[in-house]
Design a protein around this ligand. Structure first.
Ligand SMILES: C[S@@+](CC[C@H](N)C(=O)[O-])C[C@H]1O[C@@H](n2cnc3c(N)ncnc32)[C@H](O)[C@@H]1O
Length: 333
């Protein structure tokens, strides 16, 4: 979760210069894996639609949208500013998204990186079960909407119907302590509904209802090529599952937004004018100090010039020290 996403006040949408400026819960590690899965499908000449359930302010949608090929559709389904379909989902929305999320902010972030918006369905993901999404037409679906069991289980059913056999489904927060509903729905789909795990990261489960092995072998072939990553081969209930651990340090950043150049120039200008202001303030402080110093010196000089002090000094200068001490002693006595 980024700081911006944690903000407690409704915030003015800020133009993003880079992907990290878009608040959200999508980390570089998974961004690279999204790119890898989608790029791998593209290289294999595999075509199909893309979908995200739960887009928030667009951080992961922007990355998925970068893989849209000619003739494909990218569908985003999110409540955005709409009411949730039940109380528990409404509480989830209030706790995590309401203060920062608007459809306008999503659209503005998305268009900072892309020329066209995806198809937006502003509604609970449960509406997707009404047959509006074509069966077996999708190659990639990211499930990251409500994290409550009933919702995720429904989203998985939609994904199962919508995905082509080679399609990939990604589930967010399948193992977080605060999202047991996602864990329950994910493993239920694995043990009861034929979902096959491909790879697990700290935050996401990548699976398929097709054959996971080709992608798993390609992933395992990358062992040792990513400096801060370990890729391991595990077995889970007699099925292979790959695990990726580590971080994406040193990895290629996502391309910058259309505002990047202008925002960089503006930031440099702001920095320069702040530096000029700071220099002016420092010069002012120095001048004030010099004025105060001069006033103090003048006051001391005036003090020295006061007639009583002049006479005292004259006496001191003219009389021999023995006499002046005698006078002082006499005065004290
Ligand atoms: C965790 S956020 C998505 C984060 C986003 N994928 C990212 O990586 O930045 C969850 C999103 O799901 C949406 N959401 C919650 N319940 C939903 C529901 N029942 N139907 C559709 N969207 C829902 C919220 O509005 C919120 O935008």
């Amino acid at each position: 979760m980024t700081d911006a996403a944690l903000g407690t006040e409704q915030q003015e949408p800020r133009e993003p210069a880079v992907l990290d400026d878009v608040p959200g819960w999508f980390w570089d590690h998974d961004r690279h894996l999204f790119d890898w899965f989608l790029g791998r499908q593209e290289k294999a000449g595999f075509s199909g639609d893309l979908m995200e359930m739960g887009a928030y302010l667009g951080r992961s949608a922007i990355v998925i949208g970068a893989h849209l090929q000619a003739g494909e559709t990218f569908t985003v389904c999110d409540l955005f500013d709409s009411d949730a379909p039940d109380d528990e989902n409404a509480a989830e929305m209030d706790m995590s998204y309401r203060k920062t999320l608007t459809r306008t902010a999503f659209e503005s972030n998305y268009l900072s990186f892309h020329d066209r918006l995806p198809e937006i369905i502003q509604a609970p993901t449960s509406v997707l079960a009404d047959g509006r999404v074509p069966a077996a037409g999708f190659r990639f679906i990211h499930i990251d909407a409500s994290h409550l069991y009933e919702h995720v289980a429904g989203d998985l059913q939609v994904a199962r119907t919508a995905l082509a056999p080679e399609g990939v489904v990604v589930l967010d927060d399948y193992r977080s302590a605060h999202t047991p509903g996602v864990a329950a729905a994910t493993w239920e789909a694995v043990f009861n509904h034929g979902l096959r795990p491909i790879v697990l990261t700290d935050t996401k489960f990548y699976g398929t209802w097709g054959d996971p092995e080709p992608a798993q072998l390609d992933l395992l072939a990358r062992r040792g090529t990513l400096p801060n990553c370990s890729i391991t081969n595990e077995t889970l209930a007699s099925q292979r599952v790959v695990r990726i651990d580590g971080n994406a340090e040193g990895a290629e950043p996502f391309r910058v937004s259309r505002h990047h150049e202008r925002l960089v120039v503006e930031a440099a200008r702001r920095e320069k004018s702040q530096a000029t202001e700071e220099a002016l303030r420092a010069a002012e402080r120095e001048r004030d100090e010099a004025v105060r110093d001069l006033a103090a010196r003048r006051a001391r000089a005036a003090e020295r010039r006061r007639p009583a002090n002049v006479a005292k000094r004259a006496v001191g200068d003219l009389l021999p020290p023995v006499v002046t001490s005698a006078i002082r002693r006499a005065r004290r006595g």
